[in-house]
Design a protein around this ligand. Structure first.
Ligand SMILES: NC(=[NH2+])NCCC[C@H](N)C(=O)O
Ligand SMILES: [Mn+2]
Ligand SMILES: [Mn+2]
Length: 311
């Protein structure tokens, strides 16, 4: 059923301090209860679960007035940067169970360091209602989960969270899909840095299939690695209510699965974040199960192996 059998390492990141509310720290537990490990095993993959990262606040970092809980988010950033890098370097696929979206400061930075060691460019597919390109200077909320893209592109320094010589992601290698909520200053920043944005209107007009083909083509030609960061609010809140920052008019169930199926066919994906699941807001585990089902599509589950009709 699955084209490729992979060795996957699950890394739990019970982080909620980057968002403006509590609950996302229960995300890793809900994803495990929804059967993320068993689902991957049934698809023929080798799965190791290293459990949840445990941190103590990084007291060398300042209490930043415009980046809330920086000492906790910074500690998770460091822990994830090194564990994601090490898992990738050992030849395994890091699958990060979140946790709010600030965790991508660590996961993507870890993959950026791994890609640099292989002399390959890192691309990021950011599936989200939000661009998450704020910085402490531009953020209207001070919530760090609105800042990870600017951080891993080297455009938002909060303090010395990671070594100064860390490799950054080129903003032109970031593809944002599903966007429908952007702050005023953030809009200018994205434009200025050349982030590739496919907003909901682009999905409506061009279709998600054409957009994915375009993105996968670029990554293939560059021989890149592709990190996928899936924010639950990419999906329409009608189908995925378990998230703190719902925005109406999101991707449909089938649009999201087609993204995952095309990613799976491409064989280009190196790593995955599942973020912003807030089980406290969910409807009887519905959103957790959807994230697990989407993960299954990314790892080879199909309705049929194509083609389904004789030539
Ligand atoms: N990962 C997320 N849910 N981000 C939401 C960000 C919302 C808003 N743009 C902010 O900076 O506060
Ligand atoms: Mn996000
Ligand atoms: Mn979001």
């Amino acid at each position: 059923m699955n084209a490729q059998s992979r060795s996957v390492t699950l890394i739990g990141a019970p982080l909620e301090e980057g968002s403006g509310r509590r609950g996302a720290a229960m995300g890793p537990a809900a994803l495990r209860i929804a059967g993320v490990d068993q689902t991957l095993i049934e698809l023929g993959h080798d799965v190791a679960d290293i459990g949840d990262l445990r941190i103590v606040p990084a007291m060398d970092l300042p209490n930043h007035p415009k980046a809330h809980n920086l000492r906790i988010v910074g500690a998770f950033t460091r822990a994830l940067e090194s564990s994601v890098h090490d898992v990738a370097a050992s030849g395994r696929f890091p699958l990060i169970l979140g946790g709010d979206h600030s965790l991508s400061m660590g996961s993507v930075s870890g993959m950026a360091r791994y890609a640099a060691s292989k002399d390959r460019p890192l691309f990021v597919l950011w599936l989200d209602a939000h661009a998450d390109f704020n910085s402490p200077a531009t953020s209207p909320s001070g919530n760090i989960h609105g800042m990870p893209v600017a951080f891993f592109c080297g455009e938002a320094e909060f303090a010395e969270i990671l070594p100064k010589d860390r490799p950054f992601v080129d903003p032109k290698n970031v593809f944002q899909v599903g966007i429908r909520s952007v702050d005023a200053r953030e809009r200018e920043e994205i434009h200025e840095h050349g982030v590739n944005v496919f907003d909901m209107r682009a999905i409506d007009e061009q279709g998600i299939g054409a957009i994915m083909r375009e993105i996968l083509d670029v990554v293939t030609k560059a021989n890149g690695l592709l990190h996928v960061s899936l924010d639950l609010d990419f999906l329409d809140p009608e189908i995925a209510p378990g998230v703190g920052t719902t925005v109406p008019g999101g991707a449909t169930f089938r649009e999201a699965h087609l993204v995952m199926e095309m990613l799976s066919d491409s064989g280009l994906v190196s790593s995955l974040d599942l973020v912003e699941l807030n089980p406290f807001l969910d409807d009887r585990g519905k959103s957790a199960r959807i994230l697990v089902e989407l993960t299954a599509s990314l790892f080879g589950r199909r309705i049929f192996d194509r083609p389904t009709r004789a030539a």
